[in-house]
Write a protein that binds this ligand. Structure first.
Ligand SMILES: *[C@@H]1O[C@H](CO)[C@@H](O)[C@H](O)[C@H]1NC(C)=O
Ligand SMILES: *[C@@H]1O[C@H](CO)[C@@H](O)[C@H](O)[C@H]1NC(C)=O
Length: 221
């Protein structure tokens, strides 16, 4: 379809040019940025956060995952499971900007506390790696910066909140258990949920950036 190919090309060009612009604005205070630049900034963080979370998960999977967990233990729901999030591409597209922003904000807030505990738990893994420690620290920092960026976008979009409650995480005692197997399984659950949630947040923010900055005429993945 030639028309679509043209649109795709135009959008790729737009993306490239915003990436170039992005270099200039990276140091400006967020209050002065356009909404497009704000979205570029948060997507930059959400993308890196997801990549780091996926790294932590793979490293854990490679070194500590046990097949027996599938039969011996029950995976718990992620602590953010109560936050409504659209699943399919179509559902995401049919969700209002305000509702997507609220869900992203809710998820990102809900990870502030568990990420601190994830970081403290890395050194308790047998033969824990420097690399995983660095990634866990970077995810914690990025999540926080992401939250600040979201707040600016929410303020700008004038989204009103009914409350300021976020789902609690209850895995701390298991993550600090003296039983190694319990500790490892709790770590597994946490990094599995982290990978899932950071992926959601990154996907939603890319959809929103496309919607807001490119009037939906762009490609993202
Ligand atoms: C976050 O989601 C939970 C679960 O759905 C909900 O009870 C809470 O009100 C939400 N918080 C915000 C600030 O949207
Ligand atoms: C968002 O608005 C609230 C209330 O007006 C204000 O306290 C807060 O500093 C603002 N945050 C940002 C990041 O602009």
């Amino acid at each position: 379809m030639p028309a679509q190919t043209t649109i795709t090309r135009v959008c790729m060009l737009l993306l490239v040019s915003t990436l170039l612009l992005w270099k200039d604005v990276a140091s400006k205070p967020s209050g002065l940025l356009s909404i497009e630049a704000l979205y570029n900034r948060v997507v930059d963080h959400s993308h890196t956060t997801y990549v780091l979370a996926a790294d932590i998960y793979s490293e854990f999977d490679l070194n500590f995952f046990k097949r027996s967990w599938f039969t011996d233990r029950t995976l718990s729901l992620c602590h953010t499971a109560s936050i409504y999030t659209p699943d399919t591409r179509e559902e995401v597209h049919n969700t209002k900007t305000e509702d997507l922003l609220k869900a992203i904000n809710n998820i990102t807030h809900a990870w502030e506390e568990p990420l601190k505990h994830l970081l403290s738990a890395v050194p308790t893994l047998p033969g824990s790696s420097e690399n995983m420690l660095k990634s866990a620290n970077a995810v914690k920092e990025r999540n926080h910066v992401l939250l600040e960026g979201l707040e600016t976008i929410l303020n700008r979009t004038q989204v009103e909140f009914e409350d300021d409650t976020y789902p609690d995480w209850s895995g701390q005692s298991d993550l600090e258990s003296s039983d190694e197997e319990t500790r490892l399984f709790a770590f597994f659950n946490l990094c599995r949920c982290l990978k899932r949630d950071t992926h959601k947040v990154d996907t939603y923010l890319k959809v929103l950036r496309c919607r807001v900055a490119f009037k939906n005429e762009c490609i993202y993945f």
